[in-house]
Write a protein that binds this ligand. Sequence first.
Ligand code: FAD
Length: 310
Amino acid sequence: PFDVLIVGGGPAGATAAVYAARKGIRTGVLAERFGGQVLDTMAIENFPSVQETEGPKLAAQLEAHVRQYDVDIMNLHTAEKLTPAEREGDFHSVELKNGATLNARTVILTTGARWRHMNVPGEEEYKNKGVAYCPHCDGPFYKGKRVAVIGGGNSGVEAAIDLAGIVAHVTLIEYDSQLRADAVLQRKLGSLKNVKVITSALTTQVNGDGSKVTGLTYKDRNHGTSHDVELEGVFVQIGLVPNTEWLKGAVALTERGEIEIDDRGETSQPGIFAAGDATTEPYKQIVVAMGAGSNAALSAFDYLIRLPSE
Ligand code: FAD
């Protein structure tokens, strides 16, 4: 059994592993795909001290760093069920898809999240070639260019306001007949001269020239007509879904499925901690996930040293 079992091998999980292993406790990392969302990222320019890197490179460096220590990395394995310990100090158990069960005194949940996709032609083909999901990450790459934001909820409208300060023009496309964002955000959006809002519009296709995005096509839902917009970038903001479906009933989740944590990364269950995009942490970023991973690992260690010895 492990002292600390980390479920998830993204920035939060990898950092938690380094911190836990450096305490000399038995540490395991279980990951469906070590590296997480970072593997799907091209340029990264907001990781302080590294002016520019690429996702797969950062993921490989994270793995190399974890491998410096005595950590049991179980890559390409999926957790399916978490059963919290019945009594404090007993083992929590994690069941895997392959039927195996892992036991641990503490568990750190770092299963991250995934951006909801539009699932239209061109979206997958032009991912990282004009199709983006994170305005904080990719906004500056579109300086002076034309972009669309898909989605008129809070994240879409926030993204449009953010991008309007960087790019030449923003077209915000909302499926519904009105935006769903908070009124203050809508007012702010309305005051911006380089933003156009199109409602009752369904994006049907991302267009490109084979190497990059050149525009998109949407259907006017009132008239059934099809329209093309020429632009260089499409930011899809229709939801970030935490990978926590398997945790229902085991730890407290919000309505949106985020794991509820406190300042110490503690979940509703003693001895079970969480960090990163899967949690209520408001900002979903690599450095934030790493900070949270170290926080959760230190809290797990703090918890372990307080357990009565057998
Ligand atoms: P993740 O990276 O999502 O990792 C989750 C881990 O859990 C993975 O290893 C996954 O395989 C594993 N997992 C999930 N479910 C299970 C399960 N049931 N069993 C076992 N393992 C499981 N942030 C920045 O700061 N800068 C950027 O430039 C940037 N660009 C981005 C570009 C793109 C295209 C995307 C998608 C995201 C970008 N982000 C960027 C956001 C950043 O990648 C995330 O905030 C960060 O990766 C979150 O880390 P995490 O460890 O919480 O989760």
